[in-house]
Structures are given as structure tokens and as C-alpha cells.
Design a protein around this ligand. Structure first.
Ligand code: ADP
Ligand code: MG
Length: 468
């Protein structure tokens, strides 16, 4: 029997705001000193009152618009009650019945909802026979996005998470770095016999802190659950974690249900009628990743791998757009794209800082020089290296380094005549119809010019001389 996996994702992202979700303590994910960004509100002192962070609501509305979800007319915050030291109030303020966003799609995956809540403190249990707790993160605005159970493989799940990360960055809503915990993915996974009309029992895997781990945990769970069912045993609904050392998931706790949290509307916070709040009516969207992809494909005709490089790296994309605008001609733009994604990115991978000295204008001039045959592609690479290291004018560099290809008809003729005189046998073969011999002669000519001849013009010179 074949088992079909089903996956639904729950993704949290820390929002980029100046202050926390319900107080004016700083929201600074880079703060290294523990317990400095705290105040009586986020420390849950008695008698304090929370105030909703407008910017955080705006971020979630913007995300909702970008995924074409429905923005609620009415929304409210609820208390999710549980006790743990990382949640000083004894409850987390979240949204239950009335999320800000319902529905929507991203990367072909249906979204159930997007809501707003507050982050917990961070705790450390690995120091000894005590625990440490840092409340800097307690109360930081946290967006939660939940997808429908419509994903069937790890690759699609990772693709969705990456697309969400990109979108959050484009919207300025979150830095969404997984390694910093700014974006956190939980995968709900079940398997069911092919053709069955109900879902299997799902397991929720938490703490997946990289895309690689998301993929591995899903693959591991699908294999584990399939084996359990094949042995005729039953699965239990539970929360599992990822063990990086063992490369496997492990049971953390049995799943709690929503009634365990005794959700109820937070009486300290106002209800929000979003459609009546003036500031939320004209929230604009920047160009979205999908729109940019289409524009690049349409305007530049470059290959999709190149487009992805420009979409995911906004500085590189901006640089390339400057180059493309200067070049105009599509063939030149495609050539510029090749040099950017192979040579420039190659240099950056080796540690070079590619934006400090290299101006889009000198890069486009270089592309024009190589396209017109003034310099060879080898020469272009050498000049590019100099442009990246110290900048300058590509023409001056080419002249200084002797990289202009010889296009002087007289000089090329002299070279070709010399090679013809030295290679009587090959010349005879060529005249007898062996076209491959021409390549040999051109190669000899290039060597004689120590690579400086324009190969295309040299080839034409040979053809002319030999057909005479
Ligand atoms: P819970 O009440 O346990 O949080 P929800 O129904 O709210 O469960 O769904 C939470 C997440 O689990 C969603 O992302 C949803 O797509 C996913 N999910 C629900 N049922 C299944 C299933 N049988 N298999 C895989 N994922 C599922
Ligand atoms: Mg859940």
C-alpha cells in the first residue's frame, strides 16, 4: 500500500518595529545584554495595561494584502492561558477567533490565516542545575501564518517557507532570518493510505531552525509514520522536536487542544474595527517578488536562475537594473546578466566586496566592449577583477593592460600570411575541403598574437586569403 504525506505549516515571524507589541520597550533582536529591554508592562507587573502597536498591525495587514487574503473588518486579541516562566503574565496575548487575515495564497499554497501575537522570553536550560531567562524578547510582535494542509512533499514546504521569507523582507515586515530565530517554522505532518478520504493523525514538529532542517524533519517524519502504519500500529497526535545530532525527531509532549488554553478575549485591549481606522485604509505594497520576477522575464529575457539571484539579493538586483537600463539592447543585457551571476557572484563568493568600487556605468561599458569584440572574454574577466578591486574606466584599463584585441586589418593580415606560409600541409587540406583545418590555423594565429587578436576578424582574414 502507498502512503500519501500531507503537510501544513505554521510559521512565526518577529516583526520589525521600534517597540514591543504592547509597550514601549525596545524591540531589538540584536541586543546581547539580557533583560535590558523590559518594563513593567512586558514584565507583567500588576496594574499595568497593554497598548496595541499600530505598526505591527500594519505589517500584518500588508502581508495579508500581498497574499490576497481577506483583511478582517473586526479583529480582537485573546488570552491564551498557560504557565511557563517565559510567559510572565501566565498567558500569551494572541488572536483566536478573529485573526487579522483569513485566506490567501503564496507559492501555490493556500493560507488559512495570519494573526498577531507576542513572543515569549528566551530561556536557557543547559547551564547547570538552574535555568536562565532573558525577557528582552518577551512581548516582541510576532506574526503567525498558518497554511492549509495542502502540501505533499518537503520540497514544496521549503519553497513556500523561502517565498514567505522573501515576501516578509520585501514588505519590510521582518528580517526573517531563521538562524536568528526571527522566522520559525513548525511542520504538521501526517500520512494516510492512498485513496483514503480522511487525513492521518498529525504530528507537529517544532524548532526547525533552517530550511535544511525543515526538509529533513519532514522526510524523517514521513518515513517514520509510514513504517508505523505498515507495522499495523497506530500513530499518536503529539508534538515532536528535531534532534540535530541524531538527525531524527523525538517526542516532546502529547498534543494539547485549544480548550486547554482557555482562550478568551483580552479585556484590557480595545477591539479593532480595522475598516474604520483611517491609517489602515491606504496601506500600499511595494513591488512584490512575483511581480519583479515577471518584470525581469518580460523586460530582460534572462534565464530564471539569474532572475532568482536578482530577486533574492535586492542590492544585486538594483545593481543589475542600473546596468540593464544603461545597456538597453536585450542581447547585451543577457550578456551582462551572465557576467553578473557567474563572474561577479563568483568573486563575491571568494570574499570580494563587489559593490564598493564597481559602478554600473563602468560595468555596462565593459559589457559593450566585450560584445563588440574590442576585448576578449578572457580580457573582460581581467578588467572586471580590476574594476571590483579598485574601480576605474574599463577603456583605460584595457589600454594600460594591453587587452584591446587587434582588429587592425593590416596587422591581422600579416599574422595570417605568416601562419599560412608555415603550415602548407594544413592549408592544402583546407583547400581540399577539410573545414576543421581552418580552426587550427585561427588557433595558431591567436597564439602568434599572444591572444590579442580579435578571433572573429582573424577567422575572416584567413577565409579571404585562402579563397583567393
Ligand atoms: P491545531 O488545532 O492542532 O493547531 P489546526 O487544525 O489549527 O490544528 O492546524 C494546524 C496546522 O496543522 C495547520 O497548518 C494545518 O494545515 C495543519 N494540519 C491540520 N491537519 C493536518 C493533517 N492531518 N496533516 C498535516 N497537517 C495538518
Ligand atoms: Mg497549532
Amino acid at each position: 500500500m502507498k502512503y500519501i504525506p500531507t503537510i501544513g505549516l505554521e510559521i512565526h515571524a518577529e516583526l520589525k518595529t521600534r517597540t514591543k507589541m504592547f509597550c514601549d520597550s525596545a524591540n531589538n533582536p540584536d541586543e546581547e545584554r539580557p533583560n535590558v529591554n523590559i518594563c513593567p508592562v512586558c514584565m507583567a507587573h500588576p496594574g499595568t495595561l497593554p497598548v496595541i502597536n499600530k505598526k505591527a498591525v500594519e505589517h500584518v495587514i500588508r502581508v495579508g494584502k500581498a497574499v490576497l487574503g481577506t483583511i478582517a473588518d473586526y479583529t480582537e486579541f485573546d488570552r491564551k492561558n498557560y504557565f511557563y516562566p517565559d510567559i510572565p503574565k501566565g498567558y500569551q496575548i494572541s488572536q483566536y477567533k478573529y485573526p487579522i487575515v483569513s485566506g490567501g495564497t503564496l507559492s501555490g499554497v493556500q493560507i488559512t490565516r495570519v494573526h498577531l501575537e507576542e513572543d515569549t522570553a528566551t530561556s536557557q536550560h543547559d547551564k547547570g542545575d538552574y535555568s536562565l531567562i532573558d525577557y528582552n524578547r518577551a512581548g516582541v510582535p510576532l506574526m503567525e501564518l498558518v497554511t492549509e494542509p495542502v502540501i505533499h512533499d518537503a520540497e514544496t514546504a521549503v519553497k513556500f517557507a523561502k517565498e514567505l521569507q522573501l515576501l516578509l523582507r520585501y514588505l519590510g515586515a521582518s528580517e526573517a532570518n531563521m538562524e536568528k530565530g526571527e522566522m520559525r517554522v513548525e511542520a504538521n505532518i501526517s500520512v494516510a493510505p492512498e485513496g483514503s478520504d480522511s487525513f492521518g493523525i498529525k504530528v507537529e514538529v517544532k524548532n526547525l531552525n533552517s530550511f535544511r532542517v525543515v526538509a529533513k524533519a519532514i522526510e524523517y517524519e514521513v518515513a517514520r509514520q509510514t513504517k508505523v502504519l505498515e507495522r499495523g500500529e497506530k500513530l499518536v497526535q503529539e508534538t515532536r522536536g528535531w534532534d540535530e545530532a541524531k538527525q531524527s525527531t523525538f517526542s516532546q509532549r502529547m498534543k494539547e487542544s485549544s480548550h486547554d488554553y482557555r482562550y478568551f478575549p483580552d479585556p484590557d485591549l480595545p477591539k479593532l474595527r480595522l475598516s474604520e481606522i483611517a491609517e489602515f485604509q491606504n496601506i500600499s505594497l511595494p513591488e512584490l517578488p512575483t511581480e519583479k520576477r515577471e518584470r525581469y522575464a518580460h523586460d530582460y529575457g534572462i534565464k530564471s536562475e539569474d532572475i532568482e539571484s536578482f530577486i533574492t539579493d535586492e542590492a544585486l538586483g538594483a545593481f543589475f537594473e542600473g546596468v540593464a537600463t544603461a545597456l538597453k539592447d536585450r542581447a547585451l543585457v543577457v550578456l551582462a546578466s551572465n557576467y553578473t551571476t557567474s563572474d561577479l557572484l563568483g568573486m563575491r563568493a571568494n570574499g570580494a566586496d563587489i559593490f564598493t568600487h564597481l559602478a554600473p556605468a563602468s560595468f555596462s561599458a565593459l559589457i559593450q566592449m566585450v560584445a563588440s569584440g574590442e576585448i576578449s572574454s578572457r580580457g573582460a574577466k581581467d578588467i572586471l577583477k580590476i574594476l571590483v578591486e579598485k574601480g576605474g574606466d574599463p577603456r583605460e584599463i584595457a589600454a594600460h593592460e594591453g587587452l584591446f584585441q587587434k582588429s587592425d586589418a593590416g596587422e591581422l593580415k600579416a599574422i595570417a600570411e605568416k601562419i599560412i606560409a608555415e603550415n602548407e600541409k594544413v592549408v592544402a587540406e583546407y583547400k581540399a575541403g577539410k573545414t576543421a583545418s581552418l580552426q587550427f590555423l585561427v588557433g595558431q594565429g591567436m597564439r602568434a598574437s599572444r591572444g590579442s587578436a580579435n578571433p572573429e576578424m582573424l577567422r575572416k582574414t584567413f577565409i579571404e586569403l585562402l579563397s583567393a
